[in-house]
Design a protein around this ligand. Structure first.
Ligand SMILES: [Zn+2]
Length: 284
């Protein structure tokens, strides 16, 4: 087995998780750096990797929207981020420019999907969907053994779903009641006045499962994945995934013969799967 080491960075709204590992799924060390201003945060990230010159390449999985068009001048730039300070920041240039190592870029959900495919619950499955439901909602498609990007990365959080009683009461500044507008942790908090972790009202969770189920059925009908992996803070609510499986089953309504839902719609592996995937991305 090769002893080559790689760096990986999972770029999140609250923290950057930096790691050094092999492409075979071992993480030798990780460091969490709080997300503050771009200058401060990126300087600390660069300092961390300067202490690890043994790495031969770096993989970055960033929150978005971010430009992933390699032909474009703004490749690697965060676009229209609700995190004001970060709009216009070019994460790729800041890191690749300072460290002078081969650097690959994808989204945060992309590296999670890569991690799941190579080291996690999507092991060896070539057609996967990964959806994360946290403060926001995002997703990635792994198709025919590769990440699927069109002109840029998918924006599954902003697919439109039928409006229920929460119509017009969403939180997306662009669409109001898109999937992210209605089913993100931010939306749950707006509707109930409580953070998702404190919500105990089963009716709220039933509605949440309905919205996520609608989103997943749209994605499922468009892509026919072999497995759907769901992660993110909101999915930590006990039993939510069972409610979502039920909703998907009801909404598909027999049109497709779905695999057994317990192994078809599954929970993401672990918190470290993103940084593991970023390390793997560097090795690909
Ligand atoms: Zn939206």
């Amino acid at each position: 087995m090769s002893n080559t080491l790689y760096g990986g960075i999972e770029v999140g709204g609250t923290k950057f998780i930096c790691g050094v590992g092999s492409g075979a799924g071992e993480l030798l060390l990780t460091k969490e750096i709080p997300t503050t201003t771009p200058d401060d945060t990126l300087r600390k990230v660069v300092d961390f990797f300067r202490e690890h010159q043994e790495i031969s390449a770096i993989g970055i999985g960033s929150f978005g929207p971010i430009s992933l068009n390699e032909q474009s001048d703004n490749y690697g730039q965060i676009i229209n981020s609700p995190k004001q300070d970060w709009s216009g920041t070019n994460i790729y240039q800041a890191i690749a420019g300072a460290l002078q190592k081969p650097t690959k870029l994808a989204t945060d959900t992309d590296v999670a999907a890569i991690g799941e495919h190579y080291h996690g619950i999507g092991l060896g499955i070539n057609n996967l969907v990964f959806l994360t439901v946290g403060t926001g909602i995002g997703g990635s498609i792994f198709a025919n053994g590769k990440l699927f990007h069109g002109g840029s990365h998918p924006e599954m959080g902003h697919i439109r779903i039928p409006m229920g009683k929460d119509a017009g009461n969403g939180v997306c500044p662009y669409h109001n009641d898109c999937l992210e507008g209605l089913a993100s942790g931010t939306s749950l908090e707006k509707r109930t006045g409580k953070p998702a972790a404190s919500i105990t009202d089963e009716i709220v969770w039933q509605e949440e499962a309905h919205y996520i189920g609608l989103g997943l059925v749209n994605i499922l009908m468009a892509t026919q994945p072999e497995r759907i992996i769901v992660g993110g803070g909101v999915l930590r609510h006990p039993g939510l995934i069972d409610l979502i499986r039920n909703e998907v089953n009801n909404l598909v309504n027999g049109y497709l013969v779905l695999p057994q839902l317990e192994s078809y719609i599954v929970q993401a592996s672990s918190e470290s799967i993103g940084v593991l995937g970023a390390v793997k991305l560097a090795s690909l």
